[in-house]
Design a protein around this ligand. Structure first.
Ligand code: ADP
Ligand code: GLC
Length: 485
């Protein structure tokens, strides 16, 4: 099979910089693609934490002026991963996160910060870096979505382009006054270009102008073509339905492996599931939950936002606390939700444990220690935490949307009879249905044999990147072949 070269363009990449699942995907996909004869190099912004972690090599390309200052592309390596870091101090050398300052407000010049990423991606795609001319440019989310647009309008030979939507709720919309400053030609401001409800839409532009569109689960691919989930872009997606596909995310099975995980108290696999209890005990101790071996221990690791539906959990809490249930939660985000969970912790000491913050160690220990893992999202493009939960024998309780629908097999009578169930689904995503699923799960939890079967089924599920990587490789080859015609 011929080798294919791909330039991935993204605004975050694990383990260098991460605010969510996008980073996990961008970080793990290159290694999986290598097995499919696809060589990936990944362009990411040179945020301070990225430059601090990389041993940056030679300058591969220099820009005299990239949207307001000089910039450089540096080639670097992180383990086996080839990285291009876009060094642009005027855009990225800041305190705060990748998108927002320390006060939580988006940077006012995000249009330029991510136009620069797209521009640099398009330049590499057209041969700016000696020795690497990709066959495919693969852009992730709105932050990278101008890359295919710049290529489209360049009028020069270009590689095939693929855009992956990880979350259609984030679209990158900016004033039309910026058109020229963003180096977009006047003729691009039309319905079949970058124009979006009178503004410039980065994601819209990418969806309109990429050769192929993917999203991160088959169900979400269908959902975003409906007005309920499409967030204004469903019409465009219906019109381009023939190039839209859904490829389920995998997980990094080396990083998330309970048999080898250095971050947890006691390692285990599905043969030695009995030793998993040591993690449960350690989690209860670490989070100051009562050392109760009978309690049904629920876990959450999540951004706290409307999307994730944890307000439903807060609403159900009084009912849950009337039974022998415990909750261990780590998350950050929405202030009201953070305060709500902290108040619940104060109201139910030893039964509700809340850590507001971000910790990989705690995320792993929760997966290894809880009985059931909750993902009650209102919408969920794919979701990774329910996949980690499957790996770790924490039985997922999820809403029946997007990737959650595609990855968890509900423990209904039929699935139990057939011995294939891996978790619990509920629908619609409202507090009552969530509460009913929790009751159903608690009931089965008291039946130790059945519960163990659910855990083992989950742990045996293949959630690796092997199959998804093959799908991406096929898609790249199709896109390249279609351009050659
Ligand atoms: P999303 O990208 O929408 O936030 P995903 O389920 O795809 O949802 O990915 C979330 C990722 O972020 C997972 O790797 C999860 O473990 C991690 N994560 C979320 N919140 C926290 C937290 N507070 N501490 C540690 N890891 C977290
Ligand atoms: C987004 C989605 C999440 C998905 C992740 C990685 O953040 O919200 O569902 O798993 O991207 O694709």
């Amino acid at each position: 099979m011929t080798r294919l070269r791909v330039l991935a363009v993204a605004s975050e990449m694990s383990p260098l910089v991460k605010t969510g699942g996008l980073a996990d995907v961008v970080g793990a996909l290159p290694a999986a693609l290598a097995a499919e004869h696809v060589e990936t190099r990944t362009l990411i912004p040179g945020y301070p934490e990225v430059l601090a972690a990389l041993r940056v090599g030679d300058t591969a390309h220099a820009f005299e002026d990239l949207f307001g200052g000089p910039a450089w592309i540096h080639a670097a390596q992180l383990g086996d991963i080839d990285i291009y870091a876009l060094v642009a101090p005027h855009l990225y050398a800041r305190e705060g996160g990748p998108y927002a300052g320390p006060d939580g407000a988006d940077y006012p010049d995000n249009a330029f910060r991510f136009a620069a990423l797209g521009w640099a991606g398009a330049e590499i795609a057209q041969g700016a870096v000696r020795g690497f001319r990709p066959d495919v440019l693969h852009a992730h989310d709105w932050q990278a979505a101008l890359a295919p647009a710049y290529l489209h309008y360049s009028g020069k030979p270009r590689p095939a382009t693929v855009l992956t939507v990880h979350n259609i709720a984030f679209q990158g919309q900016f004033s039309k006054e910026l058109l020229e400053a963003l180096r977009l030609p006047p003729q691009s401001f039309t319905l079949d270009g970058v124009e979006y409800y009178g503004a410039i839409g980065f994601l819209k532009a990418g969806l309109q102008l990429s050769d192929r569109i993917t999203t991160v689960s088959p169900s979400y691919a269908q959902e975003i073509e409906t007005s309920e989930f499409g967030m204004g872009l469903d019409g465009l997606l219906r019109a381009r339905a023939d190039v839209v596909s859904g490829i389920l995310n995998g997980v990094d099975v080396a990083e998330w492996n309970p048999a080898k995980d250095p971050r947890i108290e006691s390692r285990y696999d599905h043969f030695s599931l009995v030793t998993r209890v040591k993690n449960r005990v350690a989690l209860q101790r670490r989070m100051r939950l009562a050392a109760d071996s009978e309690a049904f221990l629920l876990g959450v690791v999540s951004r706290l936002s409307w999307q994730k539906g944890h307000d439903m959990l807060l609403a159900d809490l009084p009912a849950l606390m009337a039974r022998n249930i415990q909750l261990a939660l780590i998350g950050t985000g929405d202030r009201t939700l953070e305060e709500g969970f902290l108040a619940a912790q104060a109201a139910y000491p030893g039964r509700v444990a809340v850590e507001i913050g971000y910790s990989e160690d705690m995320a792993h220990l929760i997966q290894a220690g809880v009985d059931a893992f909750l993902v009650p999202s209102r919408f969920e493009p794919c979701g990774l935490t329910q996949l980690y939960a499957l790996r770790y024998g924490a039985v997922p309780i999820v809403s029946r949307v997007g990737g959650l629908k595609d990855t968890i097999i509900d423990a209904n009578e039929m699935a139990l009879q057939a011995g294939v169930a891996t978790g619990f689904q509920f629908s619609p995503p409202v507090a009552d249905a969530f509460g009913a699923a929790l009751r159903r799960a608690e009931h089965l939890f008291r039946d130790k044999e059945t519960w163990r079967k659910l855990q083992i089924n989950g742990m045996k599920t293949d959630v690796s990147w092997r199959h998804p990587a093959r799908r991406y490789a096929e898609l790249y080859r199709e896109a390249v072949a279609a351009r050659a015609q």
